[in-house]
Design a protein around this ligand. Structure first.
Ligand code: DC
Length: 225
């Protein structure tokens, strides 16, 4: 039987990773965080001082991005076999990921890996173009979003908890969220947009638990059809 694919797309900070991970656990599927793959390319190329598109493209043949899962089921991402999971969540790498993800060669480089994962097993895959480009035949497509202010506030609180002494201000986080939205939605290739057959999940006024229940309900309804 063909494996089931659940595609979750949406802007940064909508809670995609947390919710997709929980959904995958609930359903017994493998969680695939495609943002982590773009982040890995950003991290690797920043390390190598490749800051132009040409320089990034030139480095691609020297890089293999792969995913693995710890005994706890948590996804780890590897650059040439080195676990880089702990280094890819900095603001610098976030901005770098948004930049490298607009390069067509970078997207083509990751496309096969992402499709092959979905061919092998049931997946919950999250990103920006999963329902529109990577897995257009996914059985369930969800577009997960929340207002920029709500997303920035969640991120701001998270950063304050993680680094109380050096956390950016709310205004800085909001500006960052708005800039990344603009970059992700206005790029020429595979821009962030809701697939025509995706279900919209607006979580501005929902708690994490309520959002989790909503996603599970959407999947159960779609898969029962
Ligand atoms: O979801 P994230 O914040 O980890 O993603 C990092 C960047 O990668 C984000 O700016 C957009 C980009 N991205 C993408 O273009 N396509 C995807 N499928 C996933 C992420």
């Amino acid at each position: 039987m063909k494996p089931v694919s659940i595609a979750i797309d949406g802007p940064s900070g909508a809670g995609k990773s947390t919710l997709a991970r929980r959904l995958a656990k609930n359903l017994g599927y493998v969680y695939v965080d495609t943002g982590a793959m773009y982040r890995t390319i950003a991290y690797y190329t920043i390390q190598k001082n490749a800051l132009t598109a040409e320089a990034v493209i030139a480095l691609l043949p020297t890089l293999t991005v792969s995913l693995g899962y710890g005994t706890d089921g948590v996804q780890h991402v590897y650059a040439n076999g080195e676990d880089v999971s702990d280094f890819i969540r900095t603001p610098e790498v976030s901005m770098g990921a948004s930049r490298v993800s607009a390069i067509p060669e970078v997207r083509a480089f990751l496309l096969d890996t992402q499709r092959n994962l979905a061919k092998q097993t049931n997946v919950v895959m999250d990103g920006r173009d999963i329902g529109t480009v990577v897995l257009p035949d996914a059985q369930v497509k969800i577009y997960l979003t929340a207002s920029a202010e709500k997303r920035a506030m969640r991120r701001f609180l998270e950063l304050q908890e993680k680094q109380p002494d050096s956390a950016p201000t709310f205004e800085e986080v909001l500006a960052d969220v708005i800039q990344r939205d603009k970059q992700d939605m206005s790029r020429e290739i595979a821009p962030l947009k809701q697939a025509e057959d995706a279900v919209l999940a607006e979580t501005s006024d929902l708690t994490l638990e309520e959002s989790e229940a909503l996603l599970l309900r959407i999947c159960q309804e779609k898969l029962a059809q």
